[in-house]
Design a protein around this ligand. Sequence first.
Ligand code: ASP
Ligand code: MG
Length: 407
Amino acid sequence: MALLVMKFGGTSVADAERMREVADHVARTRRHGDDVVLVVSAMGKETDELLRIAEEVSAVRPGREMDMLITAGERKAMALVCMALNNIGIPAESFTGSQAGFLTDTNHMNAKIVEVRPDRVRASLESGLVPVVGGAQGVSTDRDVTFLGRGGSDTTAVALAHALGADACELYTDVPGVFSADPRVVPKARRMARISFDEMLEMNACGCPKPVMRSVEFARTWRVPLHVRSSFTWEQGTWVVEEDPTMEQAIVSAVVHDVSEAKVTIAGVPDTPGVAARVFRALADRGVNVDMIVQNVSEHGVTDISFTAPRADLEASVDVTRALADEIGATGITTDPTIARVSLVGAGMKSNPGVAATMFETLATAGVNIEMISTSAIRISCVVAESSVETAVQSLHTAFGLDARPE
Ligand code: ASP
Ligand code: MG
């Protein structure tokens, strides 16, 4: 008998029919002998809708009221899911984040969990009920309702699984798991049966949006096994777990791409101590989230520095670097908003030489020019032109033997 925390995303509780399917799945799981705690997101696109209405109503939107508003979405969903459970004879009761013991800081719209004291949830389980907890919410140290931020329901689920000592945290969504590449770009992408926390975090950082990075970080810290799976097919999905050193690691597990960044190049910078420090301090002070940085070998005492940052930060990046250009003696600033980053992720890279060589050869053969390169122990990323990203991803997926075999 296991204790499972099951989190259902917006599409999984989008309407009455989906909620009834969730209830049926809970019934099957209980018949199998397992205990279940549910965490639910707001129905469908409700969170977006609430944010939109707020914008329409007022230009002044105090954080306290925004959190009260947004968390109402999950509150609605949790009550309805309880009713769907009651309807098929499963006793269930709902809990707001506050009732479920989620204590947070006072940072509205993006609160951090300070402590989880799930006494009421535990008592509910012990009396044979199915507790249904509203995701992404808590109560602050100032006793106000707080929202944990977009995608915060995953975090709620992982934190609750940890606090209850659950055996696993299942994240139900509308896709059947984590794929070896974006299936929209690579039709032969495969669902992975299993991936390590570290690989998942690298994939998150390189453009794979789900499961939400913050929840994966928590899961890794607390060693909570995650199971990402579909509430449409109910089939086995992808387990995100601790690396098993006794198992052979795939050299490359996935090819991830991201088209959300832009590149800025500062040309003709004097190669003297302190220049990079000034540039990147100024960018940090403006809140620019810099990703890759490349400094060229200097020639005659001058060099070029390029970096990438989210496209949304491009304007701020240009402002900051233009303002500094004269001071640091740079000759010009150029930008390229149409770049893409292609990354290989795989735990087995650590102990296998030649991955970078094969990656570069594959891109060369495909006629894709590499603009920047960065690596970690289990990742290699290349910046390429956005127009060549699909070719790059597809050719790498094939070259590293990841294509699904025809059935
Ligand atoms: N409903 C919230 C959102 O859409 C929280 C969540 O789903 O995780 O961001
Ligand atoms: Mg959602």
